[in-house]
Write a protein that binds this ligand. Structure first.
Ligand code: NOJ
Length: 555
């Protein structure tokens, strides 16, 4: 059985600061806004906040291009205000995690600016500067965000590598000086009292020596040479030994293309554990291929398989990170649920993942059931990925209205609309002009309305989180999937020391006949949660209502 630990029992709330709460009326979320909402976050029943980047940034990728790792963006406030937020969070029993983005910096970072002054600059080798092959870039790698992965600097006559946007040059982690800088940044925040880090695309931080050409593909060329290279582990070991192991802190790494097997190389508990948790993407691919932008019909069996393989794969050796939303994906109700049955499906999705074994993450607005926005045109968009895809999809004839439909369904823009606090102007997000449109459904979907309605999704999240926090069964119990072949129902049980939970989730508005698995007698169970009024007489069989969810307990 897994050893207990504080990071296993916590739940984490993610703040994407630009769209969370604007305290000074300039239309951009900020730390003053966060300070005002700390009670709201505490009352949700989470134990920690993860801040997407708060650092100074020219916003080529909204904060994931960092110009100074030891300061706060003037958009958000000051270091002094950050300290206030940190103290306010700690006073309320909330830990604080920073986003550590070390695969790349901003092209406005002083290191990068110095690196391109000359080949002799001590910073030159902080990045990947290379001569071209004649008129061609040094290799054929493609950027995840913007065309080729190399950009040419006239002054220097060399190319620099950017696996993400042009404004995000990759750091050369093989350079020991760069690793010292990373450790210094970690110490800076940990010494201030921060409790840990979410480590951005952590499996990309090492590139294959010689930077060889990749296998040519329409997207992702070069991936095999910059994903999960053996030295990633050496670097993480060094960060752990020299810094992290000296603090009582937490780390979760973000890792595209991770499987339970590869994740275990990083998060297996014991002497060689490199990170506490790993964010993977497999359960976010139940309605797409490789990226959100290549949609397929939703396939529940794919979703169940992803969840179950992680639940079972890590059992007893490592711990799961559970999430359904973050700043990189469309809203989950609009995706795996139903906007028509917004509250019902939102509740079902919440129970489906919060009652699994692992540490849950909740993205701002998820707890009130925010949905995708319908933007009027690409001119309203803000995200570099949208702009890149506009060019890319045009090549395949997808443009105009068709592309806009894809944006409204699949883009990260959907996660980045301002938080809907009230039915007041701009959803109560700002007294000024919001930097990005507020979803017009704020008049109906907002935190104040959810607070006032005892049947709201917000109260449901609170109740589930409270139950999880207080239940060793929900925290540490084992996991078993039932009705595996079903394309409509996701059914699983948790068990521990003779106690059991049965979680039944319907992913359709159609009625589905459910019969309790052998050995689970609903007549002798307590219904702990249900997103519809509980039936008067229990039976071992029932027909589900749209997106129905029931949780039975034998406690
Ligand atoms: C993952 C982050 O979550 C995403 O928002 C960002 O664009 C990329 N990494 C690059 O930093």
């Amino acid at each position: 059985m897994a050893a207990s630990a504080w990071y296993k029992e916590m739940a984490v709330y993610q703040i994407w600061p630009r769209s969370f709460a604007d305290g000074d009326g300039d239309g951009i979320g900020d730390l003053r806004g966060v300070l005002e909402k700390l009670d709201y976050i505490r009352d949700l029943g989470v134990n920690a906040i993860w801040f997407s980047p708060l650092y100074p940034s020219p916003n080529a990728d909204y904060g994931y291009d960092i110009a100074d790792y030891k300061d706060i963006s003037p958009d958000y406030g000051t270091l002094a205000q950050f300290r206030e937020v940190l103290e306010g969070a700690h006073t309320r029993g909330l830990k604080v995690f920073m986003d550590l983005v070390i695969n790349h910096t901003s092209d406005q970072h002083t290191w990068f600016r110095a690196s391109k002054e000359s080949g002799d600059s001590p910073y030159h080798d902080y990045y990947f500067w290379r001569k071209g092959r004649g008129k061609k870039p040094p290799n054929n790698w493609l950027s995840v965000f913007e065309g080729g992965a190399w950009d040419y600097d006239e002054g220097l006559g060399e190319y620099y590598l950017h696996v993400f946007a042009k404004g995000q040059p990759d750091l050369n982690m093989a350079n020991p000086k760069v690793r010292e800088e990373v450790k210094d940044i970690m110490r800076f925040w940990l010494d201030m009292g921060v409790d840990g880090f979410r480590e951005d695309v952590i499996t990309y931080i090492s590139k294959r020596e010689g930077l060889p050409n990749g296998f040519p593909l329409p997207i992702g060329t070069g991936l095999e040479h910059y994903t999960n290279q053996p030295s990633v582990k050496d670097y993480l070991r060094e960060f752990r030994d020299d810094v992290l192991s000296r603090y009582d802190c937490f780390t979760v790494g973000e890792a595209p293309m991770m499987t339970p097997k590869t994740a275990k190389q990083f998060i297996t508990e014991g002497a060689d554990q490199l990170l506490n948790l790993m964010f993977h993407f497999q359960h976010m691919e139940a309605d797409c291929i490789l990226t959100d932008w290549i949609p397929t019909p939703f396939r529940l069996r794919k979703l169940k398989k992803a969840f179950s393989s992680w639940q079972q794969g890590l059992r007893g050796v490592a711990w799961n990170a559970l999430y359904l939303e973050n700043h990189d994906h469309p809203r989950i109700i609009s995706r795996y649920g139903s906007e028509k049955y917004r509250v019902e499906s939102g509740k079902m999705l919440a129970a489906m993942y919060l009652l699994q074994c692992g540490t849950p993450f909740i993205y701002q607005g998820q707890e009130i059931g925010m949905t995708n926005i319908r933007l009027d045109g690409v001119s309203q968009c803000k995200d570099v990925v949208t702009f890149n895809n506009e060019k890319l999809f045009r090549k395949f004839g997808i443009k105009g209205e068709r592309f806009l439909r894809l944006v409204n369904r699949r883009s990260r823009e959907n996660a980045r609309t301002p938080m809907q606090w009230s039915a007041g102007a701009n959803g109560g997000f700002t007294a000024g002009t919001p930097w990005f449109p507020v979803n017009p459904n704020y008049t109906e979907i907002n935190a104040a309305a959810a607070e006032a309605d005892p049947d709201s999704l917000l109260h449901w999240y609170r109740a589930l989180l409270k139950f999880r926090r207080e239940s060793p069964l929900a925290l540490y119990g084992d996991y078993r999937e039932h009705n595996k072949a079903s394309r409509q129902l996701y059914v699983y049980s948790r068990g521990r020391e003779g106690q059991r939970l049965l979680v039944i989730c319907s992913f359709t508005e159609q009625p589905v006949r459910f019969a309790a698995p052998l050995g689970f007698d609903l007549l002798h169970a307590t219904q702990l949660f249900g997103n519809y009024a509980a039936p008067e007489t229990q039976s071992n069989q029932f027909v589900t209502r749209p997106y129905e969810c029931r949780v039975y307990g034998w406690l």
